[in-house]
Ligand binder design. Structure first.
Ligand SMILES: [Zn+2]
Ligand SMILES: [Zn+2]
Length: 129
């Protein structure tokens, strides 16, 4: 099983071992929901996903979807679109091994932050120095 969970550990989940479609979403709802420039999601068939510890809080983010997050620490966990009830989108950042899923598509690029393209090659420096 592939496993993940929230920052504080109250919510844990597991999904079937396999490859998943992986996308960077640049929509403004993902940005607000996460507090990050964009969110990387994997698209998981609901029947292969289960919460193994805790239950997330939910909020309707638009007419078309529900978002799920940890009520204790705030970690964004998942999103289910009304139009695709057989799938749950899971945040790659909440996986235990996020590096194994490489995004192969970008969505809602019309609202992508303009500076993202020019920051992809930044070198590591100490921001407090
Ligand atoms: Zn938590
Ligand atoms: Zn989005």
């Amino acid at each position: 099983m592939i496993e993940g969970g929230c920052f504080c550990g109250k919510i844990r989940y597991a999904l079937k071992e396999r490859e998943y479609r992986t996308a960077n979403c640049h929509c403004s709802m993902c940005r607000r929901f996460s507090g990050a420039p964009f969110v990387t999601w994997i698209v998981v068939p609901t029947k292969g996903f289960e919460y193994t510890s805790g239950n997330p809080e939910s909020i309707r983010s638009s007419d078309g979807g529900m978002r799920y997050f940890c009520a204790s620490c705030g970690t964004p966990i998942a999103c289910v679109l009304d139009a695709y009830p057989k799938y749950i989108d899971v945040t790659v950042g909440s996986l235990d091994e996020p590096d194994r899923f490489v995004p192969t598509m970008a969505i809602h690029e019309d609202t992508k932050l303009a500076w993202l393209a020019q920051t992809e090659e930044l070198q590591e420096t100490d921001p407090k120095a």
